[in-house]
Design a protein around this ligand. Structure first.
Ligand code: PMV
Length: 332
């Protein structure tokens, strides 16, 4: 099945025609506590397993869409016009093609992000989620979030989870058309939960997650164990959320991330997102934890770490990691 077939199933009789000249939407970035790694369908970004994330509230992407009469799309990120041959622009333009008749009209896409781009901080997740919501605004589809989640997934898998604040679960689904593979918010608050962004290298990652996933699924001897680990971790995370059990939540998230990276390392050719600074900071976290500070981390497809801790330990964590950017995920 192709992406365009899924778009038809979602939009049904809704007419694809701009109802206004502009579309505007914000989507928060999300950090997975139980990761999505490996697809059962590469075209539709259908995952092998479910995943669970936390949104970073005001960290994310604001997407403004406008129609212009030029015969091409322009894409700028943080006021910088991107080269139309760059992989990101090509990906975005072919995604926009799903939502217009061939060469019917073109867009000015203006994305403002307050997180490093393509450095494993889920910039593609919030980027595609904000784009889909801006399209929903421009075309006045008034689609429910579940449908928006499916459309966002077609742009980038983890974008399916970037439509809500708080905890979000993305159901893997089993249908070939993926209409049962969407995310939903988990009804829970955790006011003291904090995430700290520790940017160790803001450069673009050496291997995109799309390629890295495929390489892992195709060559890692450990990948067969991954679905079992995910199933266990999802149970633990949901229990932790229900009981406000921080050590269970953050410990499960850290172990899940380490298992994902170990699985990647066992691919051939090996995939390694660690930099020396990543390891040094992981060891520092383990040391601090041994000394009694309840501090944990998670890591995505990049060298940066996201620290997990509770509000009461904010000062101690900030003192140990002065460059860390604090996000109080449920705060005002
Ligand atoms: O959605 P993608 O293709 O950028 O993949 C995201 C992969 C991870 O960030 C490593 C895990 C996740 O669940 O977000």
């Amino acid at each position: 099945m192709r992406k365009s077939d899924v778009v038809k199933l979602i939009l049904q009789d809704k007419i694809i025609e701009p109802k206004q000249n502009n579309g505007l939407a914000f989507a928060p970035t999300n950090i997975a506590l139980c990761k999505y790694w490996g697809k059962r369908d590469n075209e539709l970004n259908l995952p092998n397993t479910a995943s669970l994330s936390i949104a970073l509230k005001d960290k994310g992407s604001m997407c403004k869409l406008a129609i212009h009469d030029k015969p091409y799309d322009t894409v700028s990120v943080n006021n910088q016009l991107l080269n139309d041959k760059s992989p990101f622009v090509k990906r975005l333009v072919s995604y926009l093609d799903l939502f217009r008749q061939p060469n019917a009209w073109h867009f000015i896409v203006d994305i403002q992000m307050n997180i490093p781009v393509a450095a494993g901080l889920a910039s593609s997740a919030c980027g595609f989620a904000s784009l889909v919501c801006a399209l929903n605004d421009l075309y006045q589809w008034a689609l429910p979030p579940k449908q928006l989640s499916i459309l966002a997934r077609l742009g980038s898998g983890s974008a399916a989870r970037s439509l809500w604040d708080g905890f979000v679960e993305w159901h893997a689904g089993i249908q070939p058309d993926g209409l049962d593979s969407f995310a939903e918010p988990i009804d829970a608050e955790w006011p003291s939960l904090c995430v700290g962004i520790l940017t160790l290298d803001a450069n673009e990652k050496p291997i995109p997650s799309r390629d890295a996933m495929l390489q892992t699924v195709n060559s890692s001897a450990l990948y067969g164990l991954w679905p079992k680990k995910v199933a266990q971790d999802l149970v633990m995370l949901k229990r932790a959320i229900e009981q406000n059990n921080f050590a269970l939540l953050a410990g499960t998230a850290e172990s899940n991330a380490l298992t994902m990276h170990a699985t990647m390392l066992s691919s051939w050719p090996p995939i390694c997102y660690y930099l020396p600074e990543t390891i040094a900071n992981m060891q520092k976290i383990w040391q601090l934890r041994q000394e009694g500070l309840p501090l944990y981390f998670t890591q995505d497809a990049g060298p940066n770490l996201k620290l997990l801790f509770e509000l009461e330990n904010r000062d101690a964590v900030q003192a140990a990691f002065p460059t860390m950017e604090l996000v109080n995920v449920f705060g005002d």
